[in-house]
Design a protein around this ligand. Sequence first.
Ligand SMILES: [Zn+2]
Length: 565
Amino acid sequence: MKEHILKYVLKNALDFQGKANSKVVLGQVLKEHEELKKDVPKLLKEIEQVIKEVEAMPSEKIKEKLEKEFPKLLKEKKEERVEGALKPLANAQKGKVVTRIAPSPSGPLHIGHAYGASLNYEYAKMYDGKLLLRIEDTNPEHIYPDAYRLIEEDVKWLSDNHVAEVIIQSSRLEIYYSYAEELVKKGKAYVCTCDADQWRLLKAEGTACPCRELPVEGQHARYKKMLKGYAEGEAVLRLKTDITDKNPAMRDFSLMRVNEHVHPRTGTKYRVWPLMIFSVAIDDYESGVTHVLNGKDHADNAKKEAMIMKCLGWKAPEYSHWGRINFQGMKISTSETRLKIEHKEYTGWDDIRLPFLPALRKRGYQAGAFRKFAAEIGLSLNDKTVAPEEFWKIVNACNKDIVESQADRYFFVDNPIRITVQDAPKKEVMIDLHPDFPKRGKRKLLVHGEFLISENDFRTLGEGYMHRLMDYGNFRLKGETFHYVSESYDEYKNASNKGKIIHWLPPKNNVPVEIMMEDGSLSKGFGEETLRGVKEGGIIQFERRFFVRVDKSSKKGMTCWFLHR
Ligand SMILES: [Zn+2]
């Protein structure tokens, strides 16, 4: 059993900087050895034991062991992660591919949508094609009016402003009506006025209802009446399919219905609304969509859409679907979140605790990080359960790749305590804004014996150790007082009783800084004077702590949003 566990622990540890996740390993082991499901607690214990052993190994050793004992697993990993290795699409021609993102206006996009939207954009990009945004609002109920603006902002952001066209379905009712009329005139659709329950019974036994057999002229009159006269629930427009189709869902399914709800965009102007499959089929054709990529929960709808297109003499696009990504335990329900915002439990869609794009953007996440995540998962039909820690580990690593070089570094001290270091020389300390890019300039900190350090650091400074004020000098604690030792970093590094490296600030001229933390709490402290030069929206790193995005900056101080470590 240990053998089975070991290989996944090694691989997981290698993928995530030496830290393996016991639940992820458990899932992988169980997938391969179902018989172990009998005693999961025992298995989990063993996994945790193996993780302890592996985490004690240096990272080169982990890789070496994996290469030697499980070379196949390492090879698989490499193949999966080749940059830009999205599987090609069927019948895709360079310059001709058109994909679309088609959300309903219920709120802004969350991390689940980000995956689908990114994948559609990545494929459009891969084939020098076009990405469309289509807002599907033909159900006048449950529309959140702000969502139109929020969704457009999110999709433009995710695609680096590469949305070729924004289509709003409620602006296209007349177009849907004209195709509906065409289907009626061709004898391919009919208005059904049967009682809904009765019709369901007929459908179940594969029998046509009396409406289906009426002559075309009569159908047309009924269609006109549907637009003006029939009340909600009295009539639906149905496509004539095979009434004995093996799949009952495919039998004469409905295309349009009467819904007298007031629509937030069109008011009471329209009362007959297409069902999603109908408007989708027409729009995909009219806007030249070549490839439809969406969740496999849309697979049945795709069949209906293709049927509608066939009746109109059109060629259906290529359909590909992906498996459901279940973000374990993450709160991504749009309707629930909306209620909580209304009840002031959250401050808005950009509340830092939420996995919606407005919040993630405000923290400094880059669209590229989500796109990289999506490209790594790719188009796969398997359902996946992603543990939040695992998801954020990957996205944060992708994001760090992007922001690390751009983010200049500064000192931040929370809950500051003033200390005096005896014999510390007066000095103008010059530190690079970014160690890898010395040409960007330097930060200047003027000190003379007094320093502000964080209360947390202060409490953990042990007596007798050699500690270091970063980029300034070494000191020791003797009894109650701090004493300067030397400037040399080598001396600190080689000290037999090496203590902590801490960041610090001079006692004066600092900038008050508040940081909105992940849990919604505010961390308060000071940052160095040079911070005044950082613009709002900039991403910086508070040295040895974490990355933040500067949200507001004024003479009074600065407000930042926590990004990641
Ligand atoms: Zn009928």
